[in-house]
Structure formats: structure tokens, C-alpha cells
Design a protein around this ligand. Structure first.
Ligand code: GLC
Length: 545
């Protein structure tokens, strides 16, 4: 059935003026950790399909699934050896078709991860490329001669160890470039045949019904053509992330990046209503350039909250700065975290995680929720013998490893949290607190974080002010962040207490009704001032203007 025929009347109304990815909530799934359906301790596609009813119940409009393609798993799927297939660990192409169909039946869109910067060193393209200097695919990757003394062509370093980003290939006497692991050679987008092959990957999946892509490290894919050395970073000191030793002037966010964005967008625009999210770990001013003239990314991904101190003042500055930088056609977007950064409930605190979710779901722009954040999952400490992430293995002890935020979803108090059968070993350890912090317990517990988040999503769905309204922050005492959202006469006020102290504040607007407190204890009423308990967020309806 055509997905458009499934809209509720309210959504249909929005659909005329706004796209699904503007009004909707996107839910990010790390597939290894969502649901294991076959007892191997690793999540898979049939597992995701089994859990679609949960996502539908929660009110999710789209899922973004980190890579599920064939891969030697040197970087857990971000090293792709075949873009047009599914890794047997995750299932089959038929499983993906079934997932897409089942998601669409529930009005849930499916977004896949596209990795354009590099392939696996086991991808047939690279095997050919490295076979000989005159192989037709030699130029699909970035090969260079050594310097006269035999060294690498320039000073670029790899993200995952801070060592040279050039790997020597004895057989053909040249170096190849890898921005990440040596098992992840960078491709050459300046080569038209490579470009064509990569763009055809997008078409392959769009034809199968995929609704969009999150495009991995796309801001690194177009390197300086002259391969100029990166300058040293004067702020770097030993003990810091070794890959930050240089300022990445010539390896990321180059002027040519925008050309790549436009190539991708042109392909998306060959189809109807597709979404492109670009991974851009960039400060706001650089990030917002990647909308282009409505011809680059629909959503250059804003990953600034995870890089911002969790205080009312810093988050308010971030939101205000972003709002000021956006042009009329640029649609904002927000994440609290993802598979590469510490979970919000650990970074901010568990007590603050409800406030954080209220922030995510009420700021102007598309919210992208990382799986498990809706129940307050925290980072899990990984014993040394269970470390999986190559970054932690290469650069141990600096806290760079990403396993802690990638642990299995906590579904229930059953053994292995319902993620995999009791006799299976999950690929990463489960949180110690899973018997209390899980979906089943919270679904049945009045006032739980999960029910709070679900209620917030429902309220958001019913409110054009929250979905598409304007944003205006208000002056508050320290420790509070308050903002208005308005669409025509409909107004909402959000007040967030980032502190562990009670707060009282007289807003400059007339309050009508408390719609939701993150504390969820039913204390709702008509008041003239806002009283907040420690770590409380409140969402108010205001008198219509
Ligand atoms: C992106 C992914 C990360 C991966 C890296 C290399 O940053 O989010 O998980 O390791 O790209 O592909």
C-alpha cells in the first residue's frame, strides 16, 4: 500500500506544507544491539521487525539503522564490502524487504546508513584497485608514490590511532589513504566511475523502498586535491586524542564537499520525498553551510549537544546561535547522542535525562532519538577482555572507545534483558541495572521515564507549535532554560531546570495550563508562576494570542 494513503487526517494536513522528516521523530537503531532473533548474541533485521510494534506504540515516525551491509566488521559495519546486500549476521535482502514493508504498514519510514568516504579493504573494488597500478579501478581509491625518502605522501593521520593515514602496499609500491582504519581505504570521489558506482548504490536502495539515508562522515569525503599537509594543532597536548594533533584543514569540510552534497541530493531528488541526513561533526557556522541553496542536505546533522557542556546557559546559547544561523528554508535537527558519543544519561546524569528528552522533543527541529535513551539507559563499563571497538583497542585508556554507549537494548527483566535468549552471550555486556531499567517495567509503571517520553511525543504530535512553530528563548534565573514555541495563535512554553535545586520563576507570559511535567506525578493546574522541583522540566500551554 502506498504510505501516503496511511496518513491520519492530522498528518495529511501537515503533509501539504511540511515533509514527514520535518514533523516526525526519527529513532536511531544500532542494529547489533537492538534485538537478536536467532540467538547469536547480535541484533538483526528480523529482530528490528519484531520490535516495530514497540516503536509504533512509542510514536516513532522513522528509523535510521546503522550499517547492515556485508562487512568484515573491522569497524562494526562501517567497513562495507558490498553496498547492495545484507550481512548474514543481520539477515538477508528478503529480511530487509520485509522490514521495510512492515515498517511502512505502521507509517514508519526507513533510513539506512550510507558510507561514502571509504569501503572495506575486502570490497571487490579495492581488491581490484590494489591488484596492480594499471588496474582500471586503481584510481577509485587514493594511491600515491612515497616521498623520495620512502615516507608517506603527506602528514595526514588516521582518526583511530593518530598514526599516518597512509598504508604502504608492498606489492605495487605505493601508499593508499585511509582516514580511519587501514582496513577502511578512502575512495576517490573525483573519479567519475567511482562516483557513478556509489550513486547507483543510493538508487538501488531507493528502488527497494528505503526512504532516506544518513550519510556517514560525508564532510570528510572530499579531500584537498593537492593533498597539502594539515597544520599542527597548538592546543594539542600528550594524553589527548592523538588524532587531534593536527588541525584538519585539508581533510574535512573542504570547499569541494558541497559538490559531493549536490551529487547525492540530485539522486535523492530523482525520487519522491526522500531524505538525506549528512553526518557533520562541525560547529554550527560550518554545519549550516551544508544545506546549500536547498540543493545539498535536507538535514546536515547537528551533533552539537553532545559536544556542549550540560548547563542551561550553554544549551541556551547553542539553541539561540543555531536559530540565528538558519535561513528560512533550513530545517533544524537535534540529537542528544549516538553510537559514537557517551549516552546523555551518563553525560548529563540520570536525574537530568528526563529534562534532556523534554529538550529534544520540544526544541524547533527534527529530533533524532538514540535507542534506549527513552528509558534512561546509561553507558555500560566494559571489562578489558570484552572490548570490541577498534578505537579503544588502538588507543586504550583515553575514554575514546564507543562500546559503552552501544550495549544491548534493555527490553525486560528476563535473562539478557530480552535482547537475546538466556543461553546466548550478548556481543557486549548488559547494564547491571537492566532488571529495573527496561521497557517492560517502565511500560507498566505510572510516571516512568518511558511513559513520560511517550506522552511528550503524543503532545508534540497534536501541536503545530511544537512541531513547526517558531522558537524564542526567554530570560530566566541561572540554571533555567525557557523558550516559547508558537504557531499562529497556538503557544507553548517549555521551562527546564538544569539544576538539583528547586526554582521559582515568574514568566513574562500568561500561563494557561501545565500539559506535562517530567516528574509525571499528576500535579497539574493553573498557576501564575512556575515552580520547578530539582531536575524538573515543564511544558505549558499559554493563552492564545
Ligand atoms: C562515522 C560513524 C562511526 C564510524 C566512522 C567511520 O563517524 O558514525 O561509527 O566509526 O564514521 O566510518
Amino acid at each position: 500500500m502506498d504510505i501516503k494513503t496511511l496518513f491520519t487526517p492530522l498528518q495529511a494536513l501537515h503533509a501539504t506544507a511540511y515533509r514527514w522528516w520535518q514533523t516526525g521523530l526519527i529513532y536511531h537503531i544500532y542494529p547489533r544491539s537492538f534485538q537478536d532473533s536467532n540467538g547469536d548474541g547480535v541484533g538483526d533485521l528480523p529482530g528490528i521487525t519484531q520490535r516495530l510494534d514497540y516503536l509504533h506504540w512509542l510514536g516513532v515516525d522513522a528509523i535510521w539503522i546503522s550499517p547492515v551491509y556485508p562487512s568484515p566488521m573491522a569497524d562494526f559495519g562501517y567497513d562495507v564490502s558490498d553496498y547492495n546486500n545484507i550481512h548474514p549476521l543481520f539477515g538477508t535482502l528478503a529480511d530487509m524487504d520485509a522490514l521495510i514493508a512492515a515498517a511502512h504498514e505502521r507509517e514508519i519510514r526507513v533510513i539506512l546508513d550510507f558510507v561514502p568516504n571509504h569501503t572495506s579493504d575486502q570490497h571487490p573494488w579495492f581488491l581490484e584497485s590494489r591488484a596492480s597500478r594499471n588496474n582500471p579501478k586503481r584510481d577509485w581509491y587514493i594511491w600515491r608514490d612515497p616521498t623520495p625518502d620512502g615516507g608517506p605522501p603527506n602528514n595526514w593521520i588516521s582518526r583511530f590511532d593518530g598514526q599516518s593515514a597512509w598504508e604502504w602496499d608492498e606489492a605495487t609500491g605505493q601508499y593508499y589513504l585511509h582516514s580511519f582504519l587501514a582496513e577502511q581505504p578512502d575512495v576517490n570521489w573525483y573519479n567519475p566511475d567511482l562516483r557513478q558506482a556509489m550513486l547507483d548504490v543510493l538508487r538501488f536502495w531507493f528502488e527497494r523502498g528505503v526512504d532516506g539515508f544518513r550519510v556517514d562522515v560525508v564532510y570528510r569525503a572530499m579531500k584537498d586535491r593537492r593533498l597539502r599537509d594539515n597544520p599542527p594543532n597548538p592546543d594539542w597536548q600528550p594524553g589527548m586524542d592523538p588524532s587531534k594533533r593536527l588541525i584538519e584543514q585539508y581533510t574535512k569540510n573542504t570547499a569541494e564537499s558541497h559538490q559531493l552534497n549536490r551529487w547525492l541530493r540530485q539522486v535523492a531528488d530523482e525520487y519522491e520525498d526522500k531524505l538525506l541526513i549528512g553526518e557533520m561533526n562541525l560547529p554550527l557556522a560550518d554545519l549550516t553551510a551544508h544545506y546549500g541553496d536547498n540543493d545539498e542536505f535536507h538535514l546536515p546533522q547537528n551533533t552539537n549537544i553532545p559536544r556542549t557542556e550540560w548547563t542551561a546557559e550553554s544549551i541556551r546559547n547553542l539553541a539561540n546561535q543555531y536559530d540565528a544561523l538558519l535561513d528560512e528554508n533550513d530545517w533544524p535537527n537535534w540529537v542528544l547522542g549516538n553510537h559514537d558519543v557517551s549516552r546523555i544519561a551518563s553525560r548529563a546524569s540520570r536525574a537530568q535525562s528526563r529534562v534532556a528528552l523534554m529538550l529534544l522533543l520540544t526544541l524547533r527541529g527534527t529530533p533524532i532519538n538514540y535507542y534506549g535513551d527513552e528509558i534512561g539507559m546509561t553507558n555500560v563499563e566494559i571489562p578489558p577482555d570484552r572490548v570490541q571497538d577498534p578505537w579503544e583497542i588502538n588507543v586504550p585508556g583515553l575514554g575514546l572507545g564507543r562500546d559503552p554507549e552501544r550495549t544491548p537494548m534493555q527490553w525486560s527483566a528476563d535473562p539478557n534483558a530480552g535482547f537475546c535468549p538466556p543461553d546466548a552471550t550478548p556481543w557486549l555486556p548488559l547494564a547491571n541495572d537492566y532488571a529495573q531499567v527496561n521497557v517492560a517495567v517502565q511500560q507498566a509503571q505510572p510516571g516512568s521515564m518511558l511513559l513520560m517520553v511517550k506522552r511528550l511525543i503524543e503532545i508534540r504530535r497534536q501541536s503545530l507549535a511544537l512541531q513547526v512553530g517558531s522558537y524564542q528563548s526567554l530570560d530566566t534565573p541561572p540554571g533555567l532554560f525557557a523558550y516559547l514555541r508558537q504557531h499562529e495563535a497556538e503557544r507553548r512554553l517549555v521551562v527546564l531546570n538544569f539544576t538539583d535545586r528547586p526554582q521559582r520563576w515568574q514568566p513574562p507570559v500568561a500561563l494557561d495550563r501545565l500539559l506535562l511535567s517530567t516528574v509525571m506525578d499528576g500535579e497539574m493546574g493553573r498557576e501564575t508562576a512556575v515552580s520547578l522541583r530539582p531536575h524538573e522540566g515543564q511544558l505549558w500551554q499559554l493563552n492564545a494570542t
